[in-house]
Design a protein around this ligand. Structure first.
Ligand SMILES: [Zn+2]
Length: 85
């Protein structure tokens, strides 16, 4: 890896949602992962986001809802998370 593969904090946080959803390609995943490991600020931000997101997902998944409705709820959560980032 060379210097051009390094992400800034801004780039990392912008890709954080996709990273947590595993929607980035392998190279981007590795770059974000490395930045999170090296940067305290982004590391704690991602840990916080991940814990909130995982908690919501688990709660919803344990509810007896029809699949279509769950998809809509998850879609809405994604939208909100993108608006807030
Ligand atoms: Zn950072």
């Amino acid at each position: 890896m060379n210097e051009t593969d390094r992400l800034t904090c801004k780039e990392t946080l912008r890709q954080l949602d996709d990273y947590l959803d595993s929607e980035l390609d392998e190279r981007q995943m590795a770059m974000v992962r490395r930045h999170l490991k090296e940067c305290d600020m982004c590391g704690s931000e991602s840990a916080f986001e991940e814990s909130v997101f995982t908690c919501i997902k688990e709660k919803i998944q344990s509810l007896p809802l029809p699949d279509g409705l769950k998809d809509r709820v998850f879609g809405r959560i994604d939208e909100l998370r993108r608006e807030n980032s």
